[in-house]
Design a binder for this molecule. Sequence first.
Ligand code: ASP
Length: 437
Amino acid sequence: MVKVVKFGGSSLADAKQFQKVAGIIRADLTRRYVVASAPGKRNAHDEKVTDLLLQCYKLAKDKKDVTPTFEKIADRYRGIIKDLALDYSLEEEFAGIKTALLHHAGSDYIASRGEYLNAKLLAKFLDFPFIDAEDCICFQENGLLDAEETNRELTSLLSMHEYAVIPGFYGILPDGSIKTFSRGGSDITGSIVAAAAGADLYENWTDVSGMLMADPRVVNDPRPIEEITYRELRELSYMGASVMHEEAIFPVRKAQIPINIRNTNDPGAPGTMIVPKAKSNVVPTVITGVAGKKGITAIHVEKEMMNSEVGFGKKVLEVLENYNVSFEHLPSGIDTMSVLVANKAIEEFKGAITADMVKKVNPDSITLVENLALIAIVGRGMVNTMGTAARVFSALANAEINVRMIDQGSSEQNIIVAVDEKHYRRSIEAIYNEFVK
Ligand code: ASP
């Protein structure tokens, strides 16, 4: 049994958190490969080390004094070393990074040092070997991960170590320079390491006890999700529910490795299991979760006999393509077609897009409805349960919410409704209360 464990920034923000992390790792000998983030916030007013590093980069670029900000970073690590009473010094590393800053090293290199230093420190504290991500996470020249090369390097390095700490978030380009993933990317490193190690489980330790059935800012004290499939997770995270980096599921999904989201501050809680296939498709609440996003515009195109006009839809979508706009959903009727897009994506070219559509397909009418919200009701339990849609719509009707559009995914695992943005909260509450409360 091999587990790969990734600890997020808040789990490694200070010495107290380091102690908790060490406790978790030592409690299970199969937790062999540890991926570390940079120190995160210790409280709501604190700053993440990665943000401070990026500030330093900007200061150096603007030829301003980096010392006060750089010292804040160094002090974070010095504090951890002192509070853990470690016989260890990172002073030489600090000096090297500061020199690199003053010599205008790249922003990715600078940003990556938070993980590098923290992983070194954690390796020392755990007495585990340190494997640098620059020796095994390989990017292609175009900036995309070189999955094959990475797998080769990682497999060979991991086979030499029974236990190891690896910094998250970055890797190396063919020219030898450092490249980072997008923010929050240590989750991706963890997933890549889990796949290369052929792990039985990828544990992603954070500061919440798993994924919740709804956004806690919208619904009061939502229930945690015990088990969710990769597919359901994709649907919910696309709609804005986030528990880890969106791209982190791909490497483990391919290798069919489950992910367990756990809470460093409450290690007894089982958290959420993200699995390729659920134990059962019978879910007591029927739905697995509800999530939504605001800022949507619907473009309604209407034309009699549209249905029999070959290539109609293609022409409409081509116009969007010309403006580099991707669509979110595409519900259609016999003589109507609606394209849902993000407000932001079309805001600059609204007029031009409608004019081009008129030219291309000569519709009877074309209308734009702005400021809609999409709400996704997601769950494998819906497939075999009759009446789910009826419950969704009566819950919304009872809350006096007008449904502007309906779309059911072909997987039958999601129902998507569009409502006026001002009803976003109320819609989510109504649906949550209908199925969960
Ligand atoms: N430290 C990086 C960030 O703050 C990466 C991570 O924590 O996953 O985005």
